[in-house]
Ligand binder design. Structure first.
Ligand code: ADP
Length: 654
């Protein structure tokens, strides 16, 4: 049975000006097992085209190709890839070794694309390398070898899968005559051991080594001479069956791609670092922004729940067609009569009025700008703010407009450096106040620091400090939660009556319970978080585009590598997977480093700015998922481009 039978093979190229070039013109050829065939002819006569078609790197336009008596011209690209892996070993003029891999890894490359290769096969590759004199170079990189040594590695690679045919395209074209002689010697020895060899050469000397010489001219065979006949070699026909099995994706296969992707990234550290940086910044931004957003939301919720659920907040707003313009435009100015009336309402246990403003505060020689809140004795109970040291002011002090103050923790730190301020005097807007107590620590709600305030009696605040003659707001505490709706409904009419308001004016008074306020704030905080998160996501997008860019450059740079891998039996899916894994690895590394950096930034913000931050597992999972998706989405197109390259075109790419 012949090994290969070609019948009427034709290949025509249409060149620039539309003229057809018949690279092969009805070539028929039978190759027996064990032959050493030299294909010769002038440049442009079709030698390489014939070799590419014989090696299934290219398809003929017409004609038949029988491999071990089976017609294979109609097989798919992937079936061709499997046949190449099992039946052909290639030796190229340009060696085509992968610079990142060492000698052994290069020679074992075909195993990536075959299902059966095991440790015994790897050991065989090493012993082949030893036999051809590379025993002391096993861990060297290709660029540490001479041309002749590199070509020997390529021969070992061609032999790795025990091919039926070794195809060599000008294997000595880039070598000095001594190395050329050595390579020919190796090929001859391989042929003597029963290997079929097909070699393209234009040097008649080298062709002498072959047992049969084919001369091409203008795409036709013009002479075919056999020097000697080889003893018939038995062919393992079962291998044809074997070669058609689909190889399934294995864990070790994927592991191998990840390893190679890592080696690739390490081989160009600066570029890898820059592409990782894009994702890193994006993910760090996402993590930090979400941490700030979530932290703010949590502390607002905490503050809210510490205030208790029996609280109603009464404020005035000036509404026009449903738009709230805030308290400043309000026509309703609450009075002490309102306060008294609210206190008398059935079910109400306490009412704390509220006026506020900012003021410059001085103690000894220190200065601080803070918020001043004027309220009544009830405040400490309504707002869970019974002083930790000292006391709150009394109702008598309020009525007497006494100059007494209760300080928040931050104010104490700023003005007294942590020393006890009790009995000391502070000047608020140049008026001297005596400190009577310190408020319990509340923490901050996002950017708002709840400990940065001074509480003074409401009347003192209004008439001595802020120059206001009305109350802005009331906090109303209800004795029993069950009475809440009734009290909520009763408040507006009571105030409305005192101010002789019309129904529409009364609509400007808002009475909200904690649940409503909490819902509103939570919603605001969520919007804030989403906003921050989306801004950060944009930077991730930019990082992704950077990766796509790099990957496209990589595909172009590595076109010959892709060609080589396809020659060794890589299917389209293998090439796609390899590039996809590389892109994803960049993104995962960027993602992990980004999570670390983002967490660091969040912690720094909480330490230096005093904001509450919260890094949730959710945001970490989200960021990691996003970065993996970025890798897959932005890597997909370059990967598909790589996968679709035709082997012969990729190999010829300059
Ligand atoms: P050889 O190897 O004998 O030098 P080739 O097989 O490379 O010859 O080429 C045979 C002919 O086909 C030449 O005229 C060449 O210009 C043409 N040819 C080969 N490949 C292509 C291609 N991809 N596109 C257009 N023309 C091609």
């Amino acid at each position: 049975m012949p090994l290969i039978e070609l019948k009427d093979i034709a290949k025509t190229y249409i060149i620039g000006d539309g003229l057809p070039v018949h690279a092969l013109n009805k070539v028929s050829l039978t190759i027996e097992p064990g032959e050493f065939l030299a294909i010769m002819g002038p440049s442009g006569s079709g030698k390489s085209t014939l070799l590419a078609i014989l090696g299934l790197l290219d398809k003929a336009d017409s004609g038949e190709y029988k491999l071990l008596d089976k017609e294979i011209s109609r097989l798919t690209d992937n079936e061709y890839a499997r046949l190449r892996n099992h039946f052909f070993g290639f030796v190229f003029q340009m060696f085509n070794l992968l610079p990142r891999l060492n000698v052994t890894e290069n020679a074992a490359l075909p195993f990536i694309y075959s299902a059966e290769a095991g440790t015994a096969d790897r050991a065989r590759v090493v012993s082949t390398l030893r036999q051809i004199g590379l025993g002391d170079r096993l861990n060297h990189r290709p660029n540490q070898l001479s041309g002749g040594q590199q070509q020997r590695v390529a021969v070992a690679r061609a032999l790795a899968n025990k091919p039926l045919v070794i195809l060599a395209d000008e294997p000595t074209g880039n070598l000095d005559s001594r190395s050329a002689g050595e390579i020919i010697g190796i090929l001859k020895e391989l042929n003597r051991q029963g290997n079929t060899i097909i070699m393209v050469t234009h040097e008649p000397d080298l062709a002498q080594a072959a047992t049969r010489q084919l001369l091409l001219s203008d795409g036709r065979i013009v002479s075919d001479t056999r020097k000697e006949t080889r003893p018939v070699v038995e062919l393992p026909a079962a291998r044809l069956q074997q070669a058609q099995h689909r190889r399934s994706l294995t864990l070790s296969g994927v592991g191998n791609y990840i390893f190679e992707a890592g080696v690739t990234l390490l081989s160009n550290k600066l570029r890898s670092f820059l592409s990782i940086l894009g994702v890193l910044i994006g993910v760090a931004a996402v993590i930090a922004m979400l941490a700030i957003g979530t932290g703010a939301k949590r502390s607002v919720e905490k503050t809210m729940s510490s205030m208790g659920s029996n609280l109603l907040m009464v404020s005035a707003s000036f509404r026009q067609q449903g738009v709230s313009l805030g308290a400043s435009a309000s026509p309703t100015r609450f009075t002490f009569e309102d306060l008294a009336a609210l206190k008398r309402l059935e079910g109400v246990s306490r009412v704390a009025p509220n006026v506020s403003g900012r003021a410059q505060v001085v103690a000894q020689n220190r200065n601080w700008n803070t918020s001043i809140v004027g309220t009544s004795t009830d405040y400490q109970f309504v707002r869970n703010s019974v002083p930790v040291t000292g006391r709150f002011f009394t109702e008598e002090e309020n009525n007497a407009r006494a100059k007494v103050a209760v300080l928040g923790k931050t104010v104490v730190d700023e003005l007294f450096g942590g020393a006890s301020p009790l009995g000391q005097s502070v000047r608020i807007n140049r008026i001297s106040f005596t400190v009577v107590g310190v408020l319990p620590e509340k923490g901050s709600s996002g950017p708002q620091n709840n400990d940065d305030q001074i509480i003074v009696p409401v009347k003192t605040a209004m008439y001595r400090l802020l120059g206001e003659d009305y109350i802005r707001r009331f906090d109303v505490q209800v004795a029993d939660a069950a009475a809440l709706p009734a009290v909520q409904a009763a408040i507006v009419p009571v105030i409305g009556k005192l101010h002789r308001m019309t129904d529409s004016q009364m609509e400007n008074i808002s009475v909200r319970n904690m649940a409503e306020i909490q819902a509103a704030i939570t919603e605001m905080a969520s919007t804030f978080t989403i906003l921050l998160g989306s801004i950060a996501a944009v930077s991730l997008l930019v990082g992704g585009i950077g990766i796509m860019n790099i990957m496209l450059v990589m595909v172009i740079e590595r076109t010959r590598e892709i060609g080589l891998r396809k020659a060794l039996g890589a299917e389209n899916f293998d090439i796609m997977l390899q590039f996809l894994i590389e892109a994803t690895l960049i993104c995962v590394l960027g993602g992990l480093l980004g999570i670390a950096l983002g967490s660091l930034i969040s912690v720094a913000i909480s330490v230096f700015a005093g904001w509450n931050v919260l890094i949730s597992t959710g945001s970490i999972v989200l960021a990691l998922t996003f970065s993996i998706l970025t890798g897959i989405i932005f890597g997909l197109w370059p990967a598909l481009r790589a996968a679709r390259l035709l082997p012969i075109i990729a190999l010829r790419y300059e």
